[in-house]
Design a protein around this ligand. Structure first.
Ligand code: BT5
Length: 244
């Protein structure tokens, strides 16, 4: 893959989902394309979950990365984007409130403030980012604690400025960490997340385990020591909750 600079910025008033838009048009769009939408009518999360937002109150965008021939790179790249989001959020919210949650959420005060959806399609990786900026009333139920930049900081941030800060931050993180070998990225993320030895509940395939986080591997698989058996187990998809 080419480690591109994101400089082809498309802005839409309304779209079903910015990820779906890029999937549809990836062939004709140049390297370095990003699409922002004021409103999504069918914003989506992982596993067909819904992503909520309200017109003009949040960041809803997707970044297109072309010429990717290993679908594991989709996971690795999504880690880079969460590092870039963290850096934007710390302009508004104090650093110690922000946490990176495996695989691709960003939390503030333990509540979800950003979700990242990475998809691999036709040798492209599409990274969708939703950030709650201003307070809003969700149209669909959000079945977990969530928050906004406004709630966390008292700042009514300007959406256009946050968009610009995000693109700058992504470009800066890419130029720092995105080399031809992306294998190191999960380890960089793990250090940045500071989650070594943190108690966690892991849910995958409707099975829950309690344990302590121990490590990550170059594919982004997370390893934890299960509390009961003390065995080292891994999770490659699913959800975790930090229990501190
Ligand atoms: C994610 O999925 O967190 C990925 C969300 C990605 C959204 C962006 S917006 C731009 C781009 N276009 C899209 O269509 N999607 C991307 P997941 O880990 O599966 O989490 C989904 C869960 O988050 C839902 O089931 C809710 O519990 C919760 N949720 C939904 N909307 C939320 C919001 N605005 N803030 C916080 N949590 C939310």
């Amino acid at each position: 893959m080419k480690c591109e600079v994101f400089d082809n910025i498309i802005t839409l008033e309304e779209v079903d989902s910015t990820n779906t838009y890029l999937k549809k048009y990836s062939k004709n769009l140049p390297v370095g394309s990003v699409v922002f939408a004021d409103e999504q009518t069918a914003g989506k999360g992982r596993l067909s979950r819904k992503w909520a937002g309200e017109k003009g109150k949040s960041i809803a965008c997707s970044f297109l990365i072309k010429d990717v021939y290993d679908n594991t790179d989709a996971v690795r790249l999504s880690f880079l984007f969460s590092i870039a989001v963290k850096s934007v959020l710390t302009k508004y919210i104090s650093y110690d409130k922000i946490a990176l949650k495996w695989p691709n959420d960003v939390l503030s005060s333990g509540k979800k403030i950003c979700g990242i959806l990475s998809e691999y399609s036709k040798n492209c990786v599409i990274i969708g980012i939703g950030i709650n900026v201003l307070d809003f009333i969700p149209k669909c139920r959000i079945d977990q604690p969530w928050t906004t930049i406004e709630l966390e900081s008292g700042i009514r941030a300007d959406i256009k400025s946050v968009r610009q800060e995000l693109v700058l931050s992504v470009n800066s993180v890419f130029s720092r960490y995105c080399t031809n070998d992306l294998n190191d990225i999960p380890f960089i993320w793990f250090r940045e997340a500071e989650i070594m030895n943190i108690p966690v509940t892991v849910k995958s395939n409707d099975i829950s385990h309690s344990g302590i986080i121990k490590s990550i591997d170059d594919k982004g698989i997370l390893y934890f020591q299960e509390k009961k058996s003390r065995e080292l187990k891994s999770i490659s998809f699913g959800d975790i909750t930090y229990n501190d």
